[in-house]
Design a protein around this ligand. Sequence first.
Ligand code: R5P
Length: 302
Amino acid sequence: MIIVGPADDFNRDLASKIGASLVDMQRRVFPDGELCPRIKIKEEDQLKGEEVILSLRMPSKSCNPNSYLIEVLLTIRNLREHMGASNIQVIMPYFPYARQDNIFRPGEPLSAKYVANLLEEAGAERVYAVTVHLHRVGSFPGLFQKAQGVNVSGFPSLAQVLKRMDLVNPYIIAPDEEALVWAKEVAEYLGTDDYTAFIKERDVETGEIKTTIKEIDVKGRDAVVIDDIVSTGGTMANAVRAVKEMGARKVYSAFVHPVLVGNALDRIIGAGANEIIAADTLIWEGSKASVVDQLAEEIKGK
Ligand code: R5P
């Protein structure tokens, strides 16, 4: 088994945990934005007949899901058509376009499904992703027709870090009702029954967020606001501000995918977050939790 992907800590750790070797990649971007992702092979036939796992993460902050997707698709085709890899699996810890898993307004595309189909048409036989944001379609595997989709939870990695922090009488808060299931999971891990969800409405035209707050007894306690994705930071910041105003001692902002567009981080800190705990599903130097263990377990179990 060979992992193909940038030789960073994430891929080195994964390779060592699954007993694979690692072939580095060069992410070359031309001045006009076109990409030339190069697999740094020493011999022309180095990957011929090999089982390959392509492991690529999207950069946080400066992220561009479209470039990321093209990079993944070009590399899968290259592995299949020119490198002669025998079996191609792909790790995309943050699966882009997952939030468009429904046609919300007439004329919109069903992007989550189309992206899955592009990957399998390119030659991916299995796709691993972490906490895929699917609320309208049943499951991640259900997006694919030929390939196998594997959805790995990123919340255990956050919970493990939180557990080590000796939180004071923690209260776990989901910033919207979709996140309640994750708040419950983390609350169980931390051994508390205190978790709840606020209610969020987003204007589909403007993207503006309105959060309806529920009064909770967090005075003098540590509050953990938990979500899957932080993109603009609006959802998280609203919830953080509310629990801070209700008298929480410290507020921890915990999320799996640090997409962090623009000033998202400043918004969350400005709202009163004392600490940010995010997983390493995107390339971000501030990540304190790692999903490598969970991915390695899944890969070894297949
Ligand atoms: C959506 O429901 C997700 O779970 C997140 O709450 C959302 O993507 C966060 O977006 P933003 O950071 O832009 O508010």
